[in-house]
Design a protein around this ligand. Sequence first.
Ligand SMILES: [Zn+2]
Length: 396
Amino acid sequence: MRVFASIGSSTAPLLLCLSALPAIAEDAPCTCPDMLDLASRNNQVKAAMQTYQEQLAAWTAAGGASGADEEGRTAFQLDIVEPSMVAAKDSRANTASAETKGDCRTTINAPTACLRVLMEQHEQVHRDACVVHTNEHVSVSDAIIPRWQTLADYAREEIEAYKSERTYIEAALSNLEHDCRYTLEFDSVIAGATESTRSDAKTKVDLEIHFPRGYTPTGFNGSHPLNYNTRDVGPPKLVGDPMLVKLAKPCYAASQGNGNVSFEVKNAWLMRERTPPYGPLLELPILVGDTQETRYLKGPRGCPRESEPRSFWTEQFKLGKRIEPAGSMDIRASAPSASDLAVIVDGWNFTGEDAAKTIETACLGFGGAETFSGFPGMPVGNAICEKTVLKFKKKR
Ligand SMILES: [Zn+2]
């Protein structure tokens, strides 16, 4: 918990509080959009460390590890360690690479400032080991003595490097936990393409993300009921000869109903583009319950009188959208079930740290117009039947 004590009586307690914060400065290189890269890298680092530990145990059981010449190290790295790290990576994450050569110089290839700092933590361990080794073998005859006698020596140095990286990642993630709190404002209007209905649905959801140690993080989560109001907007307006229009009172359909229904944001992630300029991206899965409306056939005498229950707003909202399981990262604890099927909202526009998205859907997109051709004068074609505005705002 970040606590800012009242400054009133004494400044001493405040100073104590500040010194207890993780040692990351104001201009921390890892910000909210780096969370997916960090979480993915954390999983990769854990996988690598586990693989090295398993290998060390296997070598101990076998009575020793083989030599650590460059060929042996490369094969070990490519055949044993890499596959476990590849399997642990989230497909949406950016990655970086780095190397510290025998002359103790480090080269880093990182797309973002955040990943560069992670590489720096890791390589610092190799660089320190390299410098110590070089200083111990200053004479010309000693200079070619390798730093690692066996692959076990090499693996132990790697474990230390990954440990250092992981310490930084976990401090950065717990900073983001405090810093990256958002509110989603959701405001949707859906009109019937083939019926005289207008539905308004609104909610406001607080979103938080947690990075519990030892668990796979699940992204942003939050829920708050969606309030909906679906109503009959009256008989359709007919076009044509005014006299005929006056006489013709059309039969029509309309859905009605109002109330609250569950609305949940599950496993939403901020992330970065995987090409320059590596700008922020948001993938926000929404799980929404079925609104409960009744669809009536209406009109003057002679019109059919029927009614049926339906879920007007939810049904229309889901049409034509990206529907996928709201899974946690790429490594899923269990197979996603049908109840995890969410509308995934992506393609947000960022302004600073906030993002917004407006979904406008043409009435034609709802389809089925031909089925209801018996109701003349209804809007078809290019009219907009859905306008949903989403605002993802950082709490300050
Ligand atoms: Zn390394």
